[in-house]
Design a binder for this molecule. Sequence first.
Ligand SMILES: Cc1ncc(C[n+]2csc(CCOP(=O)(O)OP(=O)(O)O)c2C)c(N)n1
Ligand SMILES: [Mg+2]
Length: 388
Amino acid sequence: MPLPYDELAMTTTPQKPLGGIAPSDTPVRKNLIELGHIEDLQILNEDGEADEAFAPQLDDEALLTIHRGMVLTRKLDLRMLTMQRQGEMGTFAPSYGQEATQIGQIHPLRTQDWFVPSYRSFGAQLWRGWTIEGLLLLWAGYFQGFEVPKGVNDLPFSIVVGSHVPRAVGVGMGIKQRHENSVVLTNFGDGAMSQGCVNEAFNFAAVYKAPVVFVVENNGYAISHPTEKQAATKELARRGPGFGIPSIRVDGNDVLAMIVATSEAVERARAGEGPTLIEAVTYRMSLHTTADDPKVYRDDDEVEQWTLKCPITRFEKYLIGKDVLDEAAIERIGSECEQEVLDARERFRARTKARPREVFDFMYEKLPPELERQKREYLDKLDRKGID
Ligand SMILES: Cc1ncc(C[n+]2csc(CCOP(=O)(O)OP(=O)(O)O)c2C)c(N)n1
Ligand SMILES: [Mg+2]
């Protein structure tokens, strides 16, 4: 039997990735990562003032691309939530508040590098060249949405918490065996840090010096479970040295710090120095998934405190201070990103017309008699109503 919805298979090449091109002005290594010390890195404070001694050397165009990547991520996030509430999306895992963690970690990767993401990574996926339309398909439940766009060295994510991390190390070992010049970056949550397979992956990568960058996105919660109940050490980066992995703790709402830390980790991996663990300290501002209601397990005050640390607002203050952006440009970029999402939604809608006649078709090879009877009754009803 042909697979349902075959025509939805990705026939288009990916949209031009926002990233993937090694910036010629790749930040110079700051030597912040070493085994005997865990740096707590923030470059951009909450008022948008940068410590220029540590800021990456990026030109205006590069800074604006980073900003756009974060804004597009947020616009898609908000739109998907509305679509889910209106019945158009199955579910999804919002990344609202984690945009700097996402875009900052993915910025230093080159096209030939590998990305093995968790399920809360669509911002980074957009940067790598996944289409918005494809991501909508994915979260609406069409398996075709999981197909990795041509030319993008990513693995599809797994919902089984932490299960993708050993696979990332496997990719790293493959790179090493073939003497390739690429690296692999994988991200996962604070909850995933408790999974046995993640710790096995750390150990294996450390022993064999696999070219892997581990990014733990400590967003405060594993669904309703706060990080302080997840681990007795508040600082997850402290686990790395126990495995022999140099580690760093980064303000995950500071995109510049994320870029600098990840760049150095990528350079270490490329130079054959083995894995790095980056703890990105951030906050899941929104729901765990659309099936969640965080109001039952956390205070509004806590969320309010993190609103003040918004990664996009902070970066905008910095860019305004540098005369790279002004209020009018922020407005325009917001509208353009919103429109990009709405255009993709139209293409998604055109491809996913409901086909009510198939409701009974894909569960059984041969329908049991009772369902056969129900199917006939249902199709008769559609015929009477003139529904195709
Ligand atoms: C092995 C496994 N156990 C439980 C679940 C249910 N589950 C889905 S997400 C999640 C929390 C994961 O939290 P964290 O690793 O912090 O990532 P976050 O969702 O915060 O990004 C759990 C328990 C699962 N998907 N897989
Ligand atoms: Mg978490």
